[in-house]
Design a protein around this ligand. Structure first.
Ligand SMILES: N[C@@H](CCC(=O)N[C@@H](CS)C(=O)NCC(=O)O)C(=O)O
Length: 215
């Protein structure tokens, strides 16, 4: 049997997929690349012409959206919310919000702090997009305001994984300390899961040779 292949860079959005696979005990082949592949591994374009991470190869199909790959991995497990469950619609919304609304502003911060050379860094853009992230992240605090532990369905799901990655990326800029107290506790619960440490250990054990930019 051919296993699906996950193309991953340490700390990139593909962390969501590797973490979901760890939680679901889903067997996959892991291929790791230096970040960003467009600088350090131009041949990655032969796998994914978009040049983005993650890429997922399965049955002749290529998936390039981290939340969609998590849905694929979670299929048939308690990590997904099924269509007949009452929280199905908010679940879908969190999955999409996790990248399009929450992670996107952080990628501007990442680019204009860590990736671009000093002469091209843009402090104004960093401040503005940090503001976007912090404003949008209030939606997490609001969702947790009724005392729930997890975002939807009364259990840990890939919605927590996908949104959790955005918060985790924000923590790499120190923004987590400015998030609401409920969001901070939820993030601590996420990091306490054994699967989080196992995912981190797996990516470190498979770290590619050569240079990578900090993520
Ligand atoms: N919406 C996509 C975004 C994929 C994406 O942009 N990934 C980043 C890494 S986290 C990337 O590949 N950046 C490439 C680059 O900066 O060249 C997803 O959720 O997977």
């Amino acid at each position: 049997m051919t296993l699906p292949i996950l193309h991953h860079c340490e700390g990139a959005r593909s962390f969501r997929c590797l973490w979901a696979a760890e939680e679901a005990d889903f067997d996959l082949e892991l291929t790791m690349w230096p970040f960003p592949p467009r600088w350090f591994a131009k041949q990655f374009k032969d796998v994914n012409p978009l040049g983005t991470i993650p890429a997922w190869e399965e049955d002749g199909h290529l998936l390039t959206e981290s939340a969609a790959i998590c849905q694929r991995i979670a299929q048939g497990t308690a990590l997904e919310i099924r269509a007949e469950e009452s929280d199905y619609l908010p679940y879908l919304n969190w999955l999409h919000r996790s990248d399009a609304t929450l992670t996107f502003p952080l990628t501007i911060v990442l680019r204009y702090t860590r990736l671009e050379p000093e002469a091209r860094q843009l402090p104004q853009a960093v401040e503005d997009y940090k503001g976007f992230f912090m404003g949008r992240a209030k939606s997490i605090e609001e969702a947790l305001a009724d005392g729930r532990d997890w975002l939807v369905g009364g259990r840990f799901t890939i919605a927590d994984i996908c949104v959790g990655y955005a918060v985790h990326l924000s923590a790499s800029f120190g923004y987590d300390a400015e998030l609401g107290p409920l969001t901070q506790s939820w993030y601590a619960r996420l990091k306490d899961r054994p699967s989080f440490a196992a995912t981190r250990a797996r990516e470190i054990a498979n770290r590619p040779e050569g240079q990578s930019a900090p993520l």
